[in-house]
Design a protein around this ligand. Structure first.
Ligand SMILES: Nc1nc2c(c(=O)[nH]1)N[C@H]1C(S)=C(S)[C@@H](COP(=O)(O)OP(=O)(O)OC[C@H]3O[C@@H](n4cnc5c(=O)[nH]c(N)nc54)[C@H](O)[C@@H]3O)O[C@H]1N2
Ligand SMILES: Nc1nc2c(c(=O)[nH]1)N[C@H]1C(S)=C(S)[C@@H](COP(=O)(O)OP(=O)(O)OC[C@H]3O[C@@H](n4cnc5c(=O)[nH]c(N)nc54)[C@H](O)[C@@H]3O)O[C@H]1N2
Ligand code: SF4
Ligand SMILES: [Mo]
Length: 667
């Protein structure tokens, strides 16, 4: 049979943003492979996307609008038409607005798709409506804040930079699962002689490629960074020339921040041996071009933004920025593709209240003046991914809450909807993708028509805008018109030939100035160890929140799922096997818990069932579960029943790993 090939892009929330080659036969997708032309991902995919067609054509896809016909949460629905669904939603909203005002409506979205149009376009609609606004801070806002407080808007290193490094520190990143193409570069550096060190709270799958592993106590990395700098400055190993020329406030930092963090104290806080801390410090200082890849895990604590700020000081102290292969990569943010084009803050007539997405449980059960009477969820699954699940479910069960969910699958959140709208997959709509792990941009057109009656996020907001009689011509434009607005203006920084390449669906890598790593875009033009705009101008260490319970709980990503996505795929779910809880062998023995027995992890917020796996790879006092599961088929809770709505020190981000539990035998 004759095949046709189309280019597309992986839409998921993953730093790699792989280029895809989609093979079609008679209009049907038969195979999805990596696009060898993609400059960063070069033709390989992770196991999830290697069979994307199974997700796209899954029997579990929602293909028609649905109206609830049973009790909330039971998943009983009947099919209705789009006209009926839109009329039902907008009539109900008109009623609620006249009684409570538009702030009674709360949108909830995150990163089901990362395309700049489909991901962000809903905000224009809700701004125009005057609904409550959502602070979208679940993922990495505290990490971004910490980096920016030292480096301002400085461009992040290109991911190829790491290939020139001789010492790579993977710090709080399980990159073998979450950033596999960066790991290709790390492997290349290893071939050229680089050493790889891993700093994490347990021996993650990424330990396989590390030469050394440093297991720290959760939330203590800020103290470790101070300890490393304390030692290297004491040994006179700082790059004084670099500090004099390019860094603001080193003397004050040395005296105020560093002097109180000698190795013995740092050992007590972090749980590392003194000689391990010395090894880290001397190894880092003596490396020709040390490179740190910093994950977001460390930032999801009550001290998360400060931890990142402290770690970001390290490359400045050894002058790593001035060396090919040196530096620190948190994430890449291409400012020239600005989401403001589709968010349309100018549509907001008066400032509306901001509700934090990490406090959805509170918002649905306790918020007043006005209370939330309607929730509109799109490309997110808060019943699984957001902290303090039990309070969220309590809110979702409210009979007086009118919930609309726009989804591809019957997720745990969709089961609580009054109305479900079927969503397209990324192969059924067009979008523009920028990456947070590379400098590649790519435009993708729809490859197949929508399945059943599925519609894209933008198409639904257009219908809602029309029914609400919004007159702005903005809402009349197609997704492709919106994409053009990112690309065509000169502010996009794209050349004519790049625009042409994009319009033809090819990946385009944005050019960086040769000396970009040394262009420090801060108010002072220097790296700001001392930042006068911060409430604490010099960074310092303080402890995370914790809880009154014996084990820190790490609920980290799994290679075979992406947040709560891909749970529709039996082939991938079976690879994850079950929701395991990993525990140190000695901790288990002390509690008479056996390998592979059912256990319950619990704290004041909830209880979750797991299968215990005893292992030496997890240190004492820590338990680990990898991957987020749907509750769908049982009435138990999943891991976020244990996490908390507490926020980070700055940027009001999530504290998903700053949580403690106890564990008992289950049945
Ligand atoms: N396969 C797969 N890929 C994914 C995802 C997925 O779910 N599955 N999720 C995607 C998303 S949304 C994101 S944001 C990125 C995340 O990717 P990264 O930000 O690179 O982080 P992760 O790989 O999630 O790893 C977090 C790590 O932090 C560690 N950690 C937790 N607390 C601490 C601490 O206090 N100190 C130290 N040193 N380490 C700590 C955890 O043990 C874990 O190994 O990955 C994306 N890619
Ligand atoms: N305990 C714990 N909780 C976590 C994390 C953790 O490490 N531990 N990670 C956190 C992180 S980093 C993140 S980023 C969040 C992610 O949280 P979410 O962004 O909510 O991610 P997903 O679970 O992937 O859910 C996305 C949903 O969008 C749907 N979808 C996909 N494409 C489209 C589309 O085009 N339109 C519509 N309408 N729907 C679509 C998918 O079917 C899927 O159900 O989770 C967080 N939650
Ligand atoms: S999930 Fe990440 S690694 Fe997998 S195909 Fe998508 S972008 Fe690539
Ligand atoms: Mo994330």
């Amino acid at each position: 049979m004759k095949s046709e090939f189309r280019r597309s892009v992986c839409p998921y929330d993953c730093p790699d943003t792989c280029g895809l080659k989609v093979e079609l036969q008679e209009g049907k997708v038969v195979r999805v492979t990596g696009d060898p032309e993609h400059p960063f991902t070069k033709g390989t995919l992770c196991p999830k996307m290697a069979h994307y067609e199974r997700t796209v054509y899954s029997e579990e896809r929602l293909t028609s609008p649905l109206l609830r016909s049973g009790k909330k949460g039971t998943g009983q629905f009947q099919a209705i038409t789009w006209d009926e669904a839109i009329a039902h939603i907008t009539n109900r909203w008109q009623d609620l607005i006249s009684q409570f005002g538009a702030e009674t409506i709360l949108p909830y979205s995150y990163a089901g798709t990362m395309g700049v149009v489909q991901r962000n376009c809903g905000e224009s609609f809700f701004n125009r409506l005057g609904a409550s606004r959502l602070a979208r801070t679940i993922c990495s806002s505290a990490k971004g804040y910490g980096w920016t407080s030292v480096m301002g808007e400085t461009l992040a290193p290109h991911p190829n930079e790491v290939m020139k490094s001789d010492l790579i520190i993977l710090w709080g990143t399980n990159a073998l699962a979450t950033n596999i193409h960066f790991i290709h570069n790390v492997r290349e550096a290893k071939k050229r002689g680089a050493k790889v060190w891993l700093i994490d709270t347990y021996e993650t799958p990424t330990a396989k490629i590390a030469d050394k592993i440093f297991c720290v106590r959760p939330g203590s990395d800020g103290a470790l960074a101070l300890g490393i700098m304390h030692i290297l400055v004491q040994e006179g190993l700082q790059d004084q020339m670099f500090l004099n020329e390019y860094v603001q406030g080193f003397e004050a930092f040395r005296q105020e921040s560093l002097h109180d963090f000698p190795p013995a104290k740092v050992s007590q806080i972090t749980g590392l041996e003194i000689n391990q801390i010395e090894e880290l410090a001397l190894g880092y200082a003596r490396a020709r071009a040390p490179f740190i890849s910093l994950g977001s895990g460390i930032s999801r604590y009550g001290n998360g933004a400060m931890t990142v700020r402290l770690i970001t000081c390290l490359p400045a102290v050894v002058g790593a920025w001035n060396k090919p292969g040196g530096g620190l990569l948190t994430s890449i943010s291409l400012k020239t593709i600005s989401t403001a084009t589709v968010i349309r803050e100018d549509f907001l007539r008066t400032p509306t209240r901001l509700v934090n997405m990490n406090q959805l449980g509170f918002a649905l059960t306790e918020l007043k003046d006005p209370p939330i009477k309607s929730l509109y969820v799109y490309h997110s699954n808060p019943a699984v991914i957001a902290p303090d699940q039990n309070q969220i479910l309590k809110g979702l069960r409210r009979e007086d809450l009118f919930t609309v969910v726009h989804e591809r699958f019957m997720t745990d959140t969709a089961r609580y909807a009054d109305i479900i709208l079927p969503a397209t997959s990324s192969l059924e709509h067009s979008d523009l993708y920028r990456s947070y792990g590379s400098y590649v941009v790519q435009r993708a057109a729809a490859v197949i028509p929508p399945l059943g009656q599925a519609k894209s996020n933008w198409e639904v907001f257009q219908l809602l805008a029309e029914a609400m009689k919004f007159g702005e011509s903005f809402f009349k434009q197609s997704a492709d018109d919106l994409i053009d607005q990112f690309i065509i203006p000169s502010s996009s920084g794209l050349s004519e030939s790049e625009k042409k390449k994009l319009s033809e669906g090819h990946p385009v890598e944005v050019n960086l100035p040769l000396d970009y790593k040394m262009r420090f875009q801060t108010p002072s033009g220097k790296i700001e160890l001392y930042n006068p705009k911060e409430p604490a101008p010099l960074p310092y260490y303080f402890a995370p929140h914790g809880d009154n319970a014996p084990f820190f709980l790490m609920s980290t990503p799994n290679l075979f799922s992406l947040n709560s996505s891909f749970n529709e795929r039996k082939d991938l779910v079976s690879k994850k096997k079950a929701a395991y809880l990993l525990m140190n062998v000695d901790d288990a023995a002390e509690r008479n818990l056996q390998d592979l027995q059912p256990v319950v992890a619990f704290n004041e917020r909830g209880e979750v069932n797991f299968i215990l796996k005893t292992t030496p790879k997890v240190p004492r006092g820590v338990v680990v579960t990898e991957g987020l599961f749907w509750n769908k088929d049982s009435d138990t809770s999943s891991v976020n029943a244990l996490t908390s709505q507490r926020l980070t020190d700055r940027a009001s981000a999530s504290t998903l790993y700053d949580v403690k539990v106890d564990v008992r035998s289950g049945s």
